[in-house]
Design a protein around this ligand. Structure first.
Ligand code: TMP
Length: 236
């Protein structure tokens, strides 16, 4: 298969169908724009299982994404989309960069859900932007942003309920959107412990990539635990 692009945690391959792509999840983990790097055994397999299960669950509940099917342990068949160069971070609890930037304690629960918009630019470290910046830069129209926020809200409702059932709190997550060949704007991203912040409901233990970022240990075991709990909650 022809490799179209290789990212930090995934490879993208061409298929016979121009509208499809194969995405393979790797064991590589990196943080702080590649300052920190490691291989975590089984991460590709766990992330593929988790993301496939979550995107199927969203589809069953009316949220379309690029995901078509899981092909094997580490690969997904997906629709090829034109990616919007923006990331949406949905925050239910203050943590990570927001806590740091605003000098807030991690763990504060705000009354409203917080939506951060970031420009996808590794050179600029994915800076925070607002709706008007996104429109001025030609990244999205106000109408598209309205759609993106509405779908993000629905995704948050669905995922929060599922994680709760699996004994976990969904603290925050990052998603991206893309446009399909027929012009539809859809979710086009992974949903994994790399891109979601997840805390154990009972103990508050961190169950996501912060274990790697912050040297908390048991990274592999944590990804395996999240996969086990989610697949069980989904009866898979
Ligand atoms: P942050 O608190 O560092 O801004 O991260 C918020 C959420 O977004 C967290 O769940 C991790 C995820 N995220 C990514 O998926 N990719 C990224 O490049 C960054 C910075 C965060």
């Amino acid at each position: 298969m022809e490799l179209l692009h290789e990212g930090k945690s995934k490879q993208f391959f061409k298929t016979d169908n121009d509208e499809h792509i194969i995405i393979r999840f790797k064991d590589d983990a990196s943080a702080f724009y590649n300052i920190k790097y490691a291989k975590i055994e089984n991460k590709g397999k766990m992330n593929c299982a988790i993301s496939s299960a979550l995107l199927s669950y969203l589809a069953e509940n009316g949220v379309k994404s690029h995901f078509i099917e899981k092909l094997d342990d580490t690969a997904q068949l997906c629709h090829l989309v034109e990616h919007k160069q923006i990331e949406i971070i949905v925050r239910n609890v203050i943590a990570g960069s927001m806590a740091k930037r605003l000098g807030l304690e991690e763990g504060i629960v705000p009354e409203n859900t917080i939506y951060d918009l970031c420009l996808c630019s590794k050179d600029l470290s994915d800076p925070l932007i607002n709706d008007h910046h996104a429109v001025a830069l030609g990244l999205a129209t106000y109408d598209e942003l309205k759609q993106i926020y509405a779908v993000s809200e629905r995704i948050n409702e669905l995922l929060t309920a599922l994680f709760d059932k699996a004994g976990m709190r969904l603290i925050d997550f990052k998603i991206e959107f893309g446009r399909t060949a027929n012009g539809e704007l859809i979710l086009a991203d992974e949903l994994t412990p790399d891109t979601c912040r997840i805390w154990d409901k009972a103990t508050g233990e961190k169950l996501d990539k912060d274990r790697f970022r912050r040297d908390l240990g048991r990274v592999r075991e944590t990804y395996e635990e999240v996969a086990k709990r989610l697949l069980y909650a989904l009866n898979k």
